[in-house]
Design a protein around this ligand. Structure first.
Ligand SMILES: Cc1cc2nc3c(=O)[nH]c(=O)nc-3n(C[C@H](O)[C@H](O)[C@H](O)COP(=O)(O)OP(=O)(O)OC[C@H]3O[C@@H](n4cnc5c(N)ncnc54)[C@H](O)[C@@H]3O)c2cc1C
Ligand code: FES
Length: 539
């Protein structure tokens, strides 16, 4: 029986406001239609609008309401996948390209903040990759050599990370990294887009994309956007059934935000070498923040501790993961007064450790994608904006080949096979019993997957006791979703689609909600429409 748990609340939404323009209500003709208003979509739209293009941005939720609001916003060229691995998979020249492009992205964010006068606490800080004490396989020396070869500026090994009484093992210090408030930055990009003639529509879901001259983007409520180019910046691509998803693996990552006395934790970015690793930093609370807490912004700041990653839809101990993060944090940071924020979000790992930015494979040449952030989506999304703007403006970009979505990295074939075998295994859930035997066992504000004949249902009982039932079959490729009590979502263990407790899609690749019961029954009864549940059918 699922347990009750904490509700997700993010520091950024408690301390930042982003304008939310409202839905698209009529057909529109533009130069470029960007789907997705996270950091990748907004940066692309901002740079294109600045370059003179007429752009529109569509988002099915709120501006920056996707994974961008769940980031811890370490702005860094210290890649999660580590340079030793990147060099092994891609060679030295490409590892240097990765280091240079992420460094250029931090510089670009800094220059946008300056030009647009964005008050988002952008601050340059050092980054520290530290060894968990007693970890003989920390790989620090190997990573130091690889980072030096990749020409990351100024990297050096130090005896420990500057974390007060917390005795880390030896550490690598990476100067010139940065941090910011992601929603305040997003709000600045929105202002720039609107000023330069762009338009943004929220609560507007793109349901189909048709490349070609011109391209069309169809939306759920009816209006159609006609455009010369379409950019799909939806974190994981919609409109693609299989090709790109087989090169991506979705992971959920968890964060707690704890109040600590101001100045009690060094201002820097920190990562340890555990697997999965922890990531840490402090965020100042300034009087200009919209702060509804009881502590004064002048005396406290928020310590962010992240980690506990797992493949989306493949764990059911979400509350315990927050608890473990808190235990880990309190042991090392005794100055923690109280944990005020807990949230989780999804990162899209690419099988070869680098993002995918460029023309969508097997699609019309005027449909572009940005995905595969691999835990570095703040800089990766900015790189996407820089590359896609150059491709659309017909300009050279030195990093375009490195991030080309069509690339094949032969040395990553092992990870590719492992991740896709893992996906295939998830279809075994068609044969297993439900989480509970009957909906009568469901407590208020909990959900579960139950068996009904040959199929399964995603059921949620709201806090008033009303029951909401949908098919548990993910409309992307037909895997069975799983209940996530911490986020009140149904998560697909296949390629990471996520649905809210009422079955509404909130994360692709699915672009439709979980089917209503009568829709499911009609589909199963009618052979000619059964293709909607068939992995080979086109989107
Ligand atoms: C817990 C956590 C910590 C992280 N920490 C860091 C960090 O420290 N540093 C870092 O660099 N990165 C970090 N990341 C990664 C980073 O936050 C993400 O990679 C990045 O925000 C992704 O941005 P995006 O624009 O690609 O996607 P998103 O922000 O997810 O935006 C995609 C948008 O597309 C919209 N959308 C989807 N489908 C449709 C549709 N059919 N029609 C219309 N709109 C649609 C969504 O509503 C959403 O707003 C972290 C991520 C998590 C979850
Ligand atoms: S995300 Fe592909 S089947 Fe669910």
């Amino acid at each position: 029986m699922p347990t009750r748990s904490v509700r997700r609340n993010s520091l950024w939404t408690a301390t930042g406001i982003v304008p939310q323009p409202g839905p698209l209500s009529a057909d529109l003709q533009v130069d470029v239609c960007v789907i997705g208003a996270g950091i990748a979509g907004l940066t692309t739209a901002y740079l294109l609008a600045k370059a003179g293009k007429l752009v529109t941005v569509l988002d099915d939720g709120a501006v920056a309401g996707g994974n961008t609001q769940y980031s811890t916003a370490h702005l860094t060229a210290v890649l999660d996948q580590r340079y030793a691995k990147i060099e092994r998979l891609h060679g030295l020249k490409r590892a240097r390209g990765a280091a240079a492009s992420h460094t250029a992205a931090i510089d670009r964010i800094e220059s946008i903040c300056r030009q647009e006068r964005i008050n988002c606490d952008f601050t340059r800080v050092d980054g520290y990759l530290f060894s968990s004490l007693g970890d003989p396989a920390d790989g620090l020396d190997e990573e130091l050599d690889a980072a030096v070869r990749a020409r990351l500026w100024g990297v050096e090994k130090v005896a420990r990370a500057p974390l007060g009484a917390f005795a880390t093992g030896p550490a690598l210090r990476f100067p010139g990294q940065a941090q910011f408030h992601p929603l305040r930055y997003a709000a600045g990009l929105v202002r720039g887009i609107l000023r330069d003639g762009g338009r943004i529509f929220t609560a507007t879901r793109a349901t189909a994309i048709e490349g070609g001259t011109p391209a069309h983007v169809y939306t759920g409520a009816g209006p159609v956007v006609t455009a010369d180019e379409v950019v799909v910046a939806t974190s994981t691509p919609i409109g693609d059934r299989f090709v790109m998803h087989s090169k991506l693996a979705p992971y959920l990552s968890y964060v707690i935000g704890a109040l600590v006395p101001r100045g009690s934790v060094s201002k820097a970015l920190f990562w340890d070498t555990e697997k999965p690793y922890h990531y840490v930093r402090v965020q100042p609370l300034t009087p200009s923040h919209v702060w509804q807490g009881d502590q004064s912004p002048g005396t406290h700041e928020v310590l962010l501790v992240g980690g506990e990653d797992h493949k989306t839809g493949q764990a059911c101990d979400h509350a315990e993961r927050y608890h473990r993060l808190e235990v880990w944090g309190r042991k090392r940071f005794p100055m923690i007064e109280s944990v005020r924020f807990r949230w989780s979000g999804q990162v899209m790992e690419s099988v070869d450790g680098l993002g995918f930015v460029g023309r969508n494979p097997l699609d019309a040449p005027n449909v572009f994608i940005a995905t595969g952030d691999s835990g570095n989506g703040m800089t990766q999304g900015t790189i996407a904006g820089m590359i896609l703007t150059d491709l659309i403006m017909d300009r050279e970009n030195e990093y375009a080949a490195l991030y080309d979505p069509s690339r094949k990295t032969l040395k990553a074939v092992g990870t590719f096979v492992r991740e896709n075998l893992n996906v295939l295994r998830q279809y075994g859930a068609w044969l297993t019993p439900g989480d509970i035997e009957s909906v009568g066992q469901l407590a208020p504000d909990t959900g579960a997957v139950i068996r009904r004949g040959l199929s399964k249902l995603a059921v949620y009982r709201d806090s008033r006791g009303n029951l909401h039932q949908r098919s548990a079959v993910c409309p992307h490729l037909g895997a069975i979703v799983r209940w996530n009590q911490a986020d009140r979502t149904f998560d697909c263990p296949c390629y990471g689609s996520r649905f809210d407790c009422y079955g509404k899609v909130i994360n692709g690749p699915a672009s439709r909600d979980l089917a209503r019961i009568w829709e499911l029954e009609a589909l199963l009864r009618t052979p000619e429409t059964a293709g909607d549940l068939n992995p080979t059918a086109s989107w």
